[in-house]
Ligand binder design. Structure first.
Ligand SMILES: O=C(CO)[C@H](O)[C@H](O)COP(=O)(O)O
Ligand SMILES: [Co+2]
Length: 229
């Protein structure tokens, strides 16, 4: 079953994953409808706990509500200190993939295995200050790696190019591994991430600061093609 879930996410590659972090939460339903009409294939949901990161977002009720409203697969980025405490409720709420932060957990291999046992795709994320060698031990137990190009916690931050070297290392060592990048992705940065081997590009501000989401996603996809490996 986790293979099917992985294919749901992989289906969007190479392409943009809109992050709802920067949307109008007062009008969530129409924001999601606008993204669907703009050609988005997968939604990226940023779950923050005010502990692992100094910011707080939302939890299972929003994920469950989104699941009822859209057929787009839900890619859940857990910026929380205890991902295993919420993994099962998140899957029940409708998450199709769960990505935990390697910095948050004492035993990343065990965390990855237990999330995979829930039947969803599993990802491991690393912040800009974390090295590829810190995620390597658990890579055989995950479906994707999320390379952060900002320190997790807030939208609208500036892209940190340290992510590009990590993508290149991961792409060279693990040719079939699904690679995501997240943070500060826009028309100026997305092609370099594609050239470094990235498959999925999480984008918040560069979509939601635009009046026309279709034009924003179309422009970003054209840049992905330009950076093509
Ligand atoms: O995980 C995140 C922040 O921790 C978000 O997915 C990300 O920052 C999206 O926003 P932007 O494109 O504005 O950087
Ligand atoms: Co994110």
């Amino acid at each position: 079953m986790s293979r099917d879930k992985l294919e749901l996410i992989r289906h969007a590659a190479p392409g943009v994953l809109p992050s709802l972090l920067m949307c109008d939460f007062g009008d969530l339903k129409s924001e999601v409808t606008r993204l669907e009409q703009a050609g988005a294939k997968v939604l990226h949901l940023d779950v923050m706990d005010g502990n692992f990161v100094p910011n707080l977002t939302y939890g299972m009720p929003i994920v469950e509500g989104l699941k009822r409203h859209t057929e787009m697969p839900l890619d859940v980025h857990l910026m929380i200190q205890d991902p295993l405490a919420f993994a099962e409720p998140m899957v029940k709420a409708g998450a199709d993939s769960l990505t935990f932060h390697v910095e948050a957990v004492p035993n990343p291999i065990d965390t990855a295995k237990r999330i995979r046992d829930l039947g969803v795709a599993v990802g491991v994320a690393l912040n800009p200050g974390t090295q590829v060698t810190d995620v390597e031990p658990c890579i055989e137990f995950v479906d994707m790696v999320l390379v952060m190009s900002v320190k997790a916690g807030f939208g609208g931050q500036k892209f940190d190019p340290v992510a590009l070297d990590k993508l290149q290392i991961l792409r060279n060592q693990y040719p079939d591994l699904l690679l995501q990048i997240d943070g500060g992705i826009n028309l100026d940065t997305i092609a370099s991430a594609r050239a470094a081997g990235c498959d999925l590009f999480v984008v918040g501000s560069a979509i939601f600061n635009h009046d026309d989401y279709g034009a924003a996603i179309g422009g970003l996809n054209a840049e992905i093609q330009r950076g093509g490996v």
